[in-house]
Design a protein around this ligand. Sequence first.
Ligand SMILES: Cc1cc2nc3c(=O)[nH]c(=O)nc-3n(C[C@H](O)[C@H](O)[C@H](O)COP(=O)(O)O)c2cc1C
Length: 230
Amino acid sequence: MRLTLINTSPKGKNGNTEIVSQRFIDGFLTSEENIARILHLTDMCAETINETVKLSDYIIIAFPLYVFNLPAATINVLRLLDLVKADKKMKIGFICQFGFLEACHARAIEHLLHRYCDDIGAENIGVIIRGGCEGIKRKYDSKKPIPVLENFYEMGRYLTENKKFSTEILDWFSKPERIGNGFVKRLRARLFIFKANRFMWGALLKKNNALEKHWDQPLLRNLTDKQQTI
Ligand SMILES: Cc1cc2nc3c(=O)[nH]c(=O)nc-3n(C[C@H](O)[C@H](O)[C@H](O)COP(=O)(O)O)c2cc1C
């Protein structure tokens, strides 16, 4: 089987999507008959997409969740795929990884992607959803263990053996759906956000001289004072 994975993360090879994608491919390559490659946004153009559709049995589109949605670059790749005049039914799967732990954050996107595949006449082999992926790149660079990567490996292996993902395996992979309202769980989530704001995102903002701007809302319409009071 020939698989092309398109990493549509704006961070390309330097992001978390790349690391989970690599591990997924490692699992897929456990069968000697398989071949796989990873493409990035810098490779994307109509020609590459046409060639990808022609040469691949499976296409996996990997992306991070940005503001509960697909990054703009992922949408562009979906648009390019939609324009391809394929002479066979495309088999498309998705990897959606993101920061918050709960899978429910990506359920709306999952529906949208099912709909997308129906609309373009492709077979959706499954949407792999995994939260709690914040900081994977940092841990990877400092050689810390990252247990979730073994699950991505297993998902790649599962694809070689089963040709598509079952609802059961996708549900197993994406757990927890919600962390619930238990006091301890909520407290741990709050503590994580507090620590991350201070030491992780805070440090990044500081490094980029953007700490003072972290409440900026550049995309809000520039309303006059009068309009704002209406
Ligand atoms: C602009 C931006 C928006 C994000 N929005 C969300 C979000 O809505 N929900 C979430 O769980 N994580 C969110 N995250 C976290 C990313 O999904 C997470 O860090 C992911 O692993 C990044 O993958 P990447 O390194 O390939 O970009 C956001 C990150 C960025 C930079």
